[in-house]
Ligand binder design. Structure first.
Ligand code: AMP
Ligand code: FE
Ligand code: FE
Ligand code: ZN
Length: 279
């Protein structure tokens, strides 16, 4: 059975492949389909859909939204073919991002790093700029040995140039995705800083808001974590999904990840669609 990957990034956010290149690569690996889930933007989805048609490949438009919650809480929104409504709220998130990038840039300047804004934009590949692009610019200038060091010292939550961003709360984001006909799926739940005994009540709350799936298969999940979230999804009648969270050269995981780590094929899309129509 061919596997499906419901979480990837392109140059529209912090991936290093264009949406079209992603489709070509997914086809090369003989995947069953691919979802494009760039951070807080759907700007890559037109090119992604066109490439899907060009190469006769199942291309699912999506988004990954950062939420105001414990630790790193990300929500995937997947458009499964229904007419997509407006995600106008994203343009607001993008404006906030532009302000945040300016603040990060200023803080780095105050720390006497001489970075060129044009170069950072160039590194981003023309899409929305995020911290990984700052990290690469810093490595390029010799200020850090690796992007990870740039995050640990400067860009990460405890870093000297960290700037928080304004994010929607989980229930709010789940609702606006549903209104726009995007299936809300909680991304890499292991990154959420929530004790295991708190998970049932939290998921119940998000399900009531309209959550339909849980990304139990993700490169950051240990086998134990995968089983934990699979069982939890089952208990709350939520759909289990798999994603590589592919970022190209910005992360080590290959796009072929789902082939070796996930049992899921296209039928997962039917399960997600059924949830959208039944709840
Ligand atoms: P941004 O969207 O600008 O907040 O950047 C988020 C991206 O930065 C994530 O998708 C990760 O790829 C990367 N990232 C965030 N925190 C870290 C960290 N502590 N170490 C390495 N990469 C990180
Ligand atoms: Fe990312
Ligand atoms: Fe994420
Ligand atoms: Zn992601």
């Amino acid at each position: 059975m061919r596997r499906i990957d419901l979480h990837t990034h392109s140059t529209a956010s912090d991936g290093t492949f264009t949406p079209r290149e992603l489709i070509k690569l997914a086809r090369f690996y003989r995947l069953a389909g691919l979802a494009l889930c760039d951070h807080d933007t759907v700007e890559g989805t037109d090119e992604f859909q066109k490439a899907g048609q060009e190469f006769d490949f199942l291309a699912i438009s999506g988004v990954e939204i950062s939420l105001e919650f414990l630790g790193i809480t990300h929500l995937l929104g997947l458009n499964l073919g229904q007419t997509a409504g407006s995600l106008a709220v994203l343009s607001n998130l993008q404006k906030l991002r532009v302000d945040r990038n300016q603040k990060i840039f200023d803080k780095l300047r105050e720390l006497e790093f001489e970075l060129s804004w044009d170069r950072i934009a160039e590194i981003s590949g023309g899409g929305q700029v995020g911290r990984p692009h700052f990290a690469r610019a810093m490595v390029e200038k010799g200020y850090c040995h690796s992007p990870q060091e740039a995050f640990d010292r400067y860009l990460g939550k405890k870093g000297l140039a960290y700037v928080d961003k304004v994010r929607p709360r989980p229930a709010e984001a789940i609702r606006f995705l549903r209104q726009a006909n995007f299936a809300p799926v909680i991304a890499h739940p292991v990154s959420i800083n929530l004790a295991s005994e708190k998970w049932p009540e939290t998921l119940a709350e998000w399900k009531a808001a309209g959550l339909v799936g849980v990304e139990a298969y993700h490169p950051d999940h240990s086998p134990k974590a995968t089983i934990f979230f699979r069982n939890l999804a089952k208990r709350f009648d939520l759909v289990v999904t798999a994603g590589s969270d592919f970022h190209g050269a910005n992360k080590k995981v290959p796009l072929s990840w789902v082939k070796d780590h996930s049992p899921l094929g296209v039928s997962v899309l039917e399960s997600l669609r059924a949830k959208l129509t039944s709840s």
